[in-house]
Design a protein around this ligand. Structure first.
Ligand code: ADP
Ligand code: MG
Length: 441
């Protein structure tokens, strides 16, 4: 194994953690973390807020340490550090007075790390033109395309380039704009709100489709865009669809948005998908054979986020099973991705998936079957029902054929502690979760 930096190690760890905690949990607590440093056995994870730091420290430290130990094959001690980004990166980004309404830019989203190909080259070139000559090439620039195709990456690449030129950049999603406006109205700070949004050099609005149907927000955004436009400030907007397809978008705002350049990002062709996988595995310091990359690229076609997810999964799989990356292993890791339909994690789906993975039926789990297999399956079912559905112990008891909640509670505790130490159990759980969820997302 070849690990070159804290961030790469952390990304591999995230790949595993993503499959060990539930989705909402992952998004909330782990989604915005970075690997900051790894010296001796001290691993420092950067987190966005003190709140996240405290939560991870209390609730997930041991799982995280176990995961990192598994990856690095050494003792690891984790600490969480709030916003460990280089302060220089933050220069020019306005501090957001009203409850963190704006996000900072991800320094990894640059033009250098963006692979251009058939589907996205025009969008990339337009974005580059805007970054090189803000306010004077295409204004507004409107980028649209499906989920995971690189809209956020591109719009932030423009922002990062402008930031490097000391420009005053404001990046936010339409949802945050809406929240910020509502807060401003509630606390009678609309003047501040206006100053914050209407005095920047560059305005980056991500996912504008969320504004649809919110009249006040639309109106306020319209005035903001207008004022900045008239002052030759650059505006870049992203959306999952073109302006005319955003339902109930007001004529004024729509024509303003259509006035510059509207350009779409299409799904990548095979060649581009290969190039992206190649670049991502290099970034991670992993050598992955071209035939394996091709295997992944041929199975995952729609979104680049899913493509990354599949690569992470294949790599994590090899690490988890402590074997080298062969086409067989990759096929195995991707098997579920190809055939799986997204399921909800309802109690029924969980019981069925768990039962299936032990070649049992849900009835076996509900019944009194005493085999070792059935007992273990039941134990994992309890654990997943608790973690994934938020069912109470009593409800879980009912789902499992009327078992007492004390029994359920014990089973849950036992599983929680067993997975900390038992790698084959973790692997089992990992596979069950894999088949419970669709790839990537
Ligand atoms: P969107 O905003 O369109 O949903 P993102 O910009 O969040 O998609 O992209 C999803 C992931 O895929 C990100 O990690 C991003 O860095 C990566 N990505 C997307 N397009 C490319 C590309 N052309 N080259 C390299 N990475 C890409
Ligand atoms: Mg996005």
């Amino acid at each position: 194994m070849h690990v070159t930096s804290a961030q790469e190690t952390w990304e591999a760890a995230l790949g595993e953690l993503q499959l060990q905690v539930n989705r909402a949990n992952y998004r909330t607590w782990l989604g915005k973390t970075v690997g900051l440093s790894f010296e001796g056995n001290q691993f420092v994870v950067g987190v966005p807020t003190i709140f996240v730091a405290e939560y991870l420290d209390k609730k997930q430290r041991s799982l995280i340490e176990k995961t990192l130990m598994g990856l690095t094959k050494q003792d690891v001690n984790v600490t969480f550090q709030v916003n460990g980004r280089d302060p220089d990166c933050l220069r020019g980004i306005r501090s957001a007075p009203a409850e963190q309404a704006t996000l900072s830019l991800n320094p990894r989203y640059t033009f250098d790390s963006f692979i251009a190909g058939e589907g996205n080259r025009l969008a990339r070139d337009a974005a580059l033109a805007v970054a090189q000559n803000p306010g004077h090439s295409y204004n507004p620039l409107f980028l649209y395309g499906g989920v995971g195709l690189g809209k956020t990456h591109l719009v932030q690449a423009i922002g990062n380039a402008a930031l490097a030129n000391q420009a005053d950049v404001l990046y936010f999603s339409a949802e945050q704009f809406t929240n910020d406006l509502m807060n401003a109205i509630r606390s009678r700070k609309t003047e501040e709100f206006r100053n914050k949004y209407r005095t920047v050099d560059m305005l980056l609005v991500d996912d504008i489709q969320f504004i649809s149907g919110k009249e006040r927000t639309e109106e306020s955004l319209f005035y903001t865009v207008n004022e900045l436009y008239n002052a030759n400030r650059q505006i870049v907007v992203t959306s999952d669809r073109p302006p005319r397809a955003i339902p109930s978008l007001k004529q004024q705002l729509r024509s303003r948005l259509e006035q510059g350049l509207v350009i779409d990002i299409k799904p990548p062709d095979l060649k581009t998908r290969m190039a992206i996988l190649q670049a991502k595995s290099e970034q991670r310091g992993e050598h992955v054979d071209p035939d394996i990359l091709e295997l992944i690229a041929s199975q995952v076609q729609q979104s680049i986020r899913q493509l990354e997810g599949a690569l992470n999964r294949v790599i994590a799989y090899a690490r988890l099973l402590r074997t080298s990356l062969t086409p067989e292993l990759a096929t195995h890791a991707l098997e579920d991705i190809a055939t799986r339909k997204p399921k909800q994690s309802t109690p029924d789906a969980i019981l069925e998936t768990v039962a299936q993975s032990f070649q049992l039926t849900p009835e076996d789990l509900k019944g009194r079957k005493r085999s070792k297999e059935a007992a273990l399956a039941r134990q994992l079912a309890v654990y997943l029902l608790k973690e994934e559905t938020g069912c109470s112990l009593t409800q879980i008891g009912k789902e499992l054929g009327g078992r007492d909640h004390h029994v359920i509670s014990l089973a849950h505790q036992k599983t929680a502690s067993d997975i900390e130490t038992d790698i084959s159990l973790r692997d089992k759980l990992f596979r069950i979760r894999q088949s419970l969820y669709s790839a990537g997302e």
